[in-house]
Design a protein around this ligand. Sequence first.
Ligand code: BGC
Length: 269
Amino acid sequence: MEISLQNQVAVVTGASSGIGSGIAKSLAAAGATVVVNHSSERSLGEAQAILKEITDAGGNGITYQCDVSKEDQVIKMFQDTVSQFGTVDILINNAGIQKDAKFTDMTLDQWNAVIGVNLTGQFLCAREAIKEFLRRGIDTSRSIACGKIIHISSVHEIIPWAGHANYAASKGAIRMLMQTLAQEYGADKIRVNSICPGAIQTPINKDAWSTPQALNSLLNLIPYNRIGQPQDIGNLAAFLASDLADYITGTSIFVDGAMTTFESFSTGG
Ligand code: BGC
């Protein structure tokens, strides 16, 4: 059994670092041509480094700058991808940010920034991807599905998170976005799922792992007793995007070392 994404084109948002970069590498290793999206000029160097790793390993792709919270930029990213590669088969809706604050101190800018990237960005990219999937139709030389969308959500789509109301609200909403799209486009053979990572060692949560004390207290939340790596998410993304997962749609899969079993209950309750 082999995971193959040969002849397929994948757009991976927020692919210049963290979980997105791990997913971009996994999809490329499975044969997909990958659009390594990054949000700004500042992240171009990182995106180029990820693309170099991909091409050095024999894969294909391009870097593409687009702020996913901006409608005109998202429309253009999909138009340019289709003109360059013919179509899009896979969308990994990954770009995400945190702007943490105690709720009563949270500014509207912090709220809007997180909802803008994490939720509106996923809406805009999913809409353009689905329009392209429907335009192309099923092409079994590529995949038996018409298209695949994987939303990168979080354990915080079900775990409330004090001090992170904007982030948790965005992730909870992604669950309903994902399930609604799976329902609305199931008959068109478009598969839509979410991956919900737990604590993955990336820049977004550096404070939680960069000192031995912080890592120790983080591990208290993870029964499997290790922090996750971007590759842990990339492995599942490649499988979920492939035809091996053809009957999987409309669901959230947690990749979290059992964080969602609520470790604190192992000695209480
Ligand atoms: C957040 C991380 C956090 C993890 C587990 C993720 O969605 O982005 O900052 O470490 O959830 O709490």
